[in-house]
Design a protein around this ligand. Structure first.
Ligand code: SAH
Length: 214
């Protein structure tokens, strides 16, 4: 039997704290959410490894460090409403659900959304709303959001997402070509947008009206 809790604590120490993520709330959520529940059964033994893993439909669950880093960059408070584009396995949504009031997550592939919904329900993540749609339009009816995270590679920052951000809101998104991107954090400050560029990364493409063509 694998001791998943031990694996999880080791993942946080060796992959996340060691690379500089410090927010105690983020570290707490990463220690708590059972990542192995979000990967295909045959890959559970590898769930806490220092890498992304395939979750079906050609999509991936991001590397643990990237999930923690992006979550820290979002600066989520317990009263925040957060939008995620690219539900995938549902793991990032589960991490966010520990840290904020409500998570809204959008996935374009129906079978992935259904699987993620089932896992989130089983784990009792009741503050996650989900829809199957092109997330490059955002979720207008539920806007504005305190924070928005895009977990697929975008050619540019979709303007709809900036519009749906509250003043003071944070958007974290990988921007680049289809093969390599950099993490960007955009803050909607009263005096305009402030963009900070972070580390290089590789995500699956954001496909949609304001993303890449299929
Ligand atoms: N956050 C996920 C990993 C996401 S992988 C996790 O924790 O597991 C990126 C996901 O974005 C894929 O599932 C892909 O289908 C989805 N995606 C790509 N383009 C999209 C779009 N325009 N709208 C919504 N989801 C999209």
């Amino acid at each position: 039997m694998i001791n998943y809790e031990k694996e999880r604590n080791r993942m946080v120490d060796e992959q996340i704290v060691s690379r500089g993520v410090r927010d105690p709330r983020v570290l707490g959520a990463m220690c708590k959410v059972p990542r192995h529940e979000f990967v295909p059964e045959a890959m559970r033994a590898k769930a806490y490894g220092d890498h992304a893993l395939p979750v079906g439909e050609g999509q991936t669950i991001s590397q643990p460090y990237i999930v923690a880093l992006m979550t820290e960059l979002l600066e989520v408070k317990s009263t925040d409403r957060v939008l995620e584009i690219g539900t995938g396995s549902g793991y990032q949504a589960a991490v966010l659900s520990e840290l904020c009031e409500k998570v809204f997550t959008i996935e374009r592939v129906k079978t992935l959304a259904e699987k993620a919904r089932a896992v989130l329900d089983r784990l009792g993540c009741r503050n996650v709303a989900m829809k199957v749609y092109d997330g490059t339009y955002g979720w207008k009816e539920m806007a504005p959001f305190d924070a928005i995270i895009v977990t697929a590679a975008a050619p540019d920052v979709p303007t709809a997402l900036i519009e749906q951000l509250k003043e003071g809101g944070r958007l974290v998104i990988p921007v680049g070509d289809r093969f390599e991107q950099v993490l960007k954090k955009v803050v909607k400050s009263p005096s305009g947008l402030v963009t900070v560029t972070g580390i290089p990364c590789t995500f699956v493409p954001l496909i949609g009206a304001h993303g890449w063509k299929e």
